[in-house]
Design a protein around this ligand. Structure first.
Ligand code: COA
Length: 190
């Protein structure tokens, strides 16, 4: 890992390749596949949401580690959507890629697909999620990540949408911090 700062995001995909470390989206894109068994069910008999979330975190973590070239921790997970129930005997594919990079963080987008393990019918999408990973050094401190360079129109759309989510995450955090500070200043204890 170099100490160079990644390219300003507004320049992507312009001059980035010349001056800054970068990687294309495809360099770290990953699929994790797993057959669901009776160990994975909830009380209703379908697959527990937490089982899917663990697979999502595992796949996204692999992608973040590959892209950043070292350890990366989950900073947040948002917009985890469960679109269809997953059943015992489903072969689940968790597809993850880096959608966007900041200085030390990456947004990883994940799609969850399921197909019957022993049938040739096409897989259907059963979930999706967006996670932010922060690359860390040996002391657990954030470290710089290479810029991700979108390669296809779909990658570019995902990059732009990730920037919108990033703006909203930061605005929400700031607004909540300000509210708490103003309540504390008014004497509220919680
Ligand atoms: C994530 C973590 C490394 C951030 O450390 P920090 O000292 O707060 O670092 P910063 O505030 O400088 O943030 C570093 C980057 O992470 C991003 N980030 C931090 N917290 C975030 C959050 N809650 N949501 C989204 N992004 C976040 C920042 O925006 C920043 O990105 P940028 O450099 O691309 O602009 C730290 O909070 C941590 O170690 N958390 C625990 C992670 C963990 O254990 N995960 C597994 C959970 S079981």
């Amino acid at each position: 890992m170099t100490d160079q700062a990644p390219a300003p995001q507004s320049d992507i995909p312009g001059d980035i390749a010349r001056d800054f470390p970068w990687k294309p989206t495809s360099a770290s894109r990953t699929t994790l596949s797993h057959i669901m068994t009776h160990n994975d069910t909830n009380l209703l008999g379908t697959v527990h949401g937490g089982v899917i979330m663990k697979l999502v975190d595992d796949a996204a973590g692999a992608v973040a580690g590959r892209h950043s070239g070292g350890p990366a921790v989950t900073a947040s997970m948002d917009e985890m959507a469960f679109l269809e129930p997953v059943r015992v005997g489903d072969l689940v594919h968790v597809k993850a890629q880096v959608n966007w990079t900041g200085r030390t963080s990456m947004e990883v987008g994940v799609r969850v697909l399921a197909e019957r393990w022993n049938e040739s019918a096409p897989a259907t999408q059963v979930g999706s999620a967006y996670l932010v990973f922060t690359a860390v050094d040996a002391d657990g401190k954030p470290r710089l990540v290479p810029a991700v360079v979108p390669e296809t129109e779909r990658d570019e759309r995902r990059y732009q949408e990730a920037q919108i989510r990033r703006t909203h995450r930061l605005a929400r955090r700031r607004a909540i911090r300000e509210l708490r500070e103003s309540r504390a200043a008014e004497g509220y204890e919680d």
